[in-house]
Ligand binder design. Structure first.
Ligand code: F6P
Length: 320
């Protein structure tokens, strides 16, 4: 094993840089060169990769985003695009490609593996929506970012006696909403796994108000409601001021938390160690605090694990 290439793909996630930092260190200890691919599969198709030096990674451990850049690449979804990638990997004598990303990134790796078998996937997405693993890099930071925002919003909402409808990210997965609502002491949480109609939500808010809640805070996962329209509806029907707030990208940036840095480091070491041992064709994950390997072809057979018990505890505590 002489050369490993790494890329980040899909939505960036805090901790991706920390992962590459640790990969570099593990490679250096084993006399392996680490190549960085700029802008994910888009950069790989164009041959945009370079040998990383210590100066490139020295100060990135605590920085969010991805210093390599990332993309969602349509061309890589075509056989022609993947053929170009194969040629680039062969031309640069890359012995293993490690891709950090989520569902789309790994789906791309499944196809690439058919013509270039030496691939490994590391789960990096704030959504934590990969069912085969309990944790992806970036989720913990995104939840912490969301909770910080919810704490701040609740202070001003309570002062003004307003209802807040706060939208979190997560694509189709409600885990960012569930965790941030729980830690942020929201009144109600709505996700695609536990949906509610606008009418049901209104009834629940009425109950909260009757119980003396001065400023009911509702956390909703993205893609479910127009939070501004919902706030206007609540104002009209309940006669209480309401605000819709989309948290957006403040969840996805920022310095990775301790948990994300450590997880990133563990995935990094495991990926490089396996590559050196010439073990390929899997994605890494975490189960019961152990790093596990799941075969690339099997990772899609696990549906995202919505944490039912946490949801039930949230509802019981809030009496909803
Ligand atoms: O997958 C990460 C994520 O932030 C999702 O939570 C969100 O739905 C999506 O990416 C947004 O993607 P983009 O920044 O490409 O619009």
């Amino acid at each position: 094993m002489k050369k490993i290439a790494v890329l980040t793909s899909g939505g960036d996630a805090p901790g991706m840089n920390a992962c590459i930092h640790s990969m570099f260190q593990t490679c250096a200890l084993n006399n392996v060169a680490l190549y960085g691919v700029r802008r994910g599969y888009s950069g790989l198709i164009e041959g945009d990769l370079y040998k990383l030096k210590y100066e490139d990674v020295r100060n990135i451990n605590n920085i969010g985003g991805s210093f390599l850049g990332t993309s969602r690449c349509k061309e890589f979804e075509t056989p022609e695009g993947r053929q170009k990638v194969l040629e680039i990997l062969q031309k640069n004598k890359i012995d293993c490609l490690i891709a950090i990303g989520g569902d789309g990134t790994f789906s791309g790796l499944i196809e690439l593996e058919k013509i270039y078998p030496n691939v490994i996937g590391i789960p990096g997405t704030i959504d934590n929506d990969l069912g085969y693993t309990e944790r992806t890099i970036g989720f913990d930071t995104a939840v912490n970012n969301a909770v910080n925002a919810i704490d701040i919003i609740q202070q001003t909402m309570i002062a003004n006696r307003r209802i807040s409808i706060i939208e979190t990210m997560g694509r189709h997965c409600g885990l960012i909403a569930l965790h941030s609502a729980t830690a942020g002491n929201a009144s109600i949480v709505v996700t695609s796994e536990k949906p509610k109609t606008e009418e049901e939500l209104e009834e629940l808010i009425k109950i909260q108000v009757k119980r003396g809640n001065l400023a009911p805070c509702v956390v909703v996962a993205e893609k479910l409601f127009d939070v501004n329209a919902l706030a206007r509806r609540l104002e009209k029907n309940l006669g209480i001021e309401a605000r819709g707030i989309v948290l957006g990208y403040i969840q996805r940036g920022g310095s990775p938390t301790v948990s994300d840095r450590i997880l990133a480091m563990r995935y990094a070491v495991e990926s490089v160690t396996n590559a050196i041992a010439k073990k390929f064709g899997f994605v890494l994950g975490l189960r019961a605090d152990k790093i596990i390997k799941e075969s690339l072809n099997n990772f899609k057979n696990f549906s995202p694990n919505f944490e039912e018990e946490l949801f039930e505890q949230f509802c019981a505590r809030k009496k909803i």
